[in-house]
Write a protein of this length. Structure first.
Lengths: 148, 148
DNA sequence: TGCAAAAGTTAGCATAGGCTAATAAATGCG
DNA sequence: CGCATTTATTAGCCTATGCTAACTTTTGCA
């Protein structure tokens, strides 16, 4: 029970495994930030401005929640808000939005190219885009361009 | 500024978009549960038992955090714990672990087959596995088996 | 112009997942 | 055997993300 089974199939060493889970926790923290700046960028691009009420409707949460999250994003210098005014992205926020949009796009095209139905691809891309490294993204991009 | 730009590239209708984000929030909630039951199953399979201290080391969090999370998982009938005893999976927990393991395996093989380096594939699979629908997983599996 | 509707803010509450510190139980070894 | 180490539990605190409810500011229209 206590003897070390050394090299086995599923378990890597605890330290590197912990590093991986730490990355995951970090990713979880930035997911919402990315979703917000991405949506804000889209709203500005297409509606002319981003308002909390639109974010609330599109995220499907209350406007109070949006407000609180925007406060966090402002603290982190990703958005710029002024009371009763519409929402703007900072330079950092715009950069994050652009990166998120690019990843989203590549993942979506990739899934579509390999044969995932459009609707499912759209849903899954939403989840996957936050967890794809640049290295994997490069592979996705090549396949999306060249096909299988 | 107020005129509706109707059908455009990036923004789908608010309602279905909200549904998508709702799915994401649900997924976020089950991610940690899946990670726990998956690791518990692995520890039981390979070390003979799962103890909170091992989970803490592998997740890279304090054992107090592990304890609190285990309490939640027990409430949700995924694990069975007794004070100062090792941790077991319920039937539901074992089923979740098996599903997570299967998805993890398929995603990992898929990434490797399409050309993602092993180390990166291992890292990314960790994040992606929680966000892949059965439909996409089926596509991944076919490619993993047949190659590109 | 004035008032109602829409939008934004704020307060207070809940849950989840982090932490440290203090305490308690189990284990194991000299 | 008894005490030290290891392991587990508990309490108290924090942040993030949800909520509802109450309140304020803006906006737009009759």
């Amino acid at each position: 029970m206590t003897d070390p089974k050394s090299t086995d199939a599923r378990l890597t060493d605890p330290t590197s495994q912990a590093a991986g889970f730490d990355r995951m926790r970090q990713a979880r923290q930035t997911e919402i930030a990315e979703d917000y700046v991405e949506l804000i960028a889209d709203l500005i691009a297409e509606e002319g401005e981003a308002r909390a009420v639109d974010l609330a409707a599109r995220f499907g949460v209350s406007h109070a929640t949006v407000n609180k999250t925007l406060a966090r994003l402002q603290r982190e210098d990703l958005v710029q808000t002024r009371p009763y005014r519409s929402i703007f992205l900072t330079e950092a926020g715009a950069a994050m939005a652009e990166g998120a949009r690019r990843r989203h796009q590549i993942v979506l095209e990739f899934l579509t190219v390999i044969g995932v139905p459009a609707e499912t691809a759209a849903i899954d891309a939403e989840g996957i885009e936050h967890h794809v490294s640049e290295e994997t993204l490069a592979v996705f991009e090549r396949i999306a361009r060249q096909g299988l």
